[in-house]
Ligand binder design. Structure first.
Ligand code: ZN
Ligand code: ZN
Length: 354
């Protein structure tokens, strides 16, 4: 059963889904488009595409999807909803208030609501990756790693954070990335104590840690990795911090498997950092799912009730941040298999001094 068929088969008579977000539209149809509507109901799946996408979408579409060229959208939607016998149409909760109002105007006389259960259902479907999806993520990861290994020799005293970030971006694109998975982070010295710092004019100095967090996109799927390197030398405290983060990460990687709760996964890493006395310096959750979006379910957090499932791709990214001094984060991505997890990140993790 295709993803769309499983959604169609669960719909009550009179109820339809209107998929509006690009990421879910792509996930369900396999066709990327920045604008369009996927209407599901009455056993039918209609993909409304404007003239820019119509031809390509028609070629790419597979049953049960029929592609309709958008002309008079309000008439076309109303006609289709009438034929499907829809009195209620649910859409995703990520849409804006303006879009919801627009949809209500397009479908007069029908109840149009943003539905948390539809959103949850799509997110739950997306969290478990097929081998093909995992392959795209793995390929994106390969591009990011190639870029990382390429730029190591440019990190030296006097180079600005922003230039390191730019070089990573360029090398990822050169390696075949269709886009960047998110805005690259390259922060050094005291700036590295900000987990999501913005690369700026600061010039790297000897004795700095440089934290680089970056990812590529392949086939729509994203990768996510972080490496931290020391410039020139690492003093005793820097080594202690680095070794602690690495031990925390290895501890989580050793236990991740289907059936483990996300909270337990988070605890495995966090307890190592707490025991070393840096508990207050690890201010974010241990990891997150990755896929068509950079942050997906599950959330590897102490507050999560979720349990890991085979097929999920999650990051493991503990960090220690010492305000005004330095920061270290090490992030790998793993694919949960039947028995445990496969690490999709191959780049070295021992402390690199460049
Ligand atoms: Zn990251
Ligand atoms: Zn991440």
């Amino acid at each position: 059963m295709t993803r769309i068929e499983s959604l169609l088969s669960s719909l009550q008579p009179g109820v339809g889904y209107l998929i509006v977000t690009p990421v879910n539209r792509r996930y369900l149809t396999g066709f990327p488009s920045s604008l369009g509507y996927l209407l599901l109901g009455g056993g039918e799946a209609l993909l409304f595409m404007d003239g820019r996408y119509f031809e390509a979408a028609s070629k790419a579409a597979a049953p049960p999807v029929s592609v309709v060229q958008t002309k008079q959208l309000s008439e076309q939607l109303a006609e289709a909803a009438g034929r499907m016998g829809l009195s209620t149409v649910f859409t995703e909760t990520e849409i804006t208030v303006r879009t919801l109002e627009e949809l209500r105007r397009l479908l007069p006389g029908r109840q149009v609501e943003a539905s948390q259960s539809l959103t949850d259902r799509l997110e739950d479907m997306r969290t478990v990756k097929t081998p093909d999806e995992a392959q795209f993520i793995q390929r994106a990861q390969g591009m990011a790693e190639a870029a990382f290994l390429d730029i190591l020799n440019m990190i030296r005293p006097g180079v600005a954070e922003a230039d390191i970030a730019l070089e990573l971006d360029y090398r990822m694109r050169k390696a075949g990335a269709e886009d960047l998975a998110f805005e690259t982070i390259a922060v050094a010295g005291a700036n590295a104590s900000l987990p999501h710092g913005v690369p700026g004019a600061y010039k790297v100095q000897a004795g700095d840690f440089v934290v680089m967090d970056f990812g590529a996109v392949c086939g729509g799927y994203r990768s996510d990795m972080t490496r931290t390197v020391a410039v020139g030398y690492a003093d005793e405290e820097m080594r202690r911090v680095y070794d602690t983060v690495l031990a925390a990460q290895e501890a989580a990687l050793a236990v991740l498997r289907p059936g483990l709760s996300c909270a337990e996964g988070d605890r495995a890493a966090r307890s190592v950092i707490e025991k070393a006395g840096y508990g207050d310096c690890f201010s974010h959750s241990t990891g997150h799912g990755v896929g068509l979006e950079i942050h997906e379910k599950p959330n590897l957090s102490g507050r999560s009730q979720a349990v890991l499932e085979a097929g999920q791709v999650v990051t493991v990214e503990p960090g220690i941040y010492l305000p005004g001094k330095c920061g270290v984060r090490i992030e790998d991505m793993v694919y949960l298999t039947a028995e445990g997890c496969e690490n999709l990140t191959k780049a070295p993790k021992e402390l690199l001094i460049v």
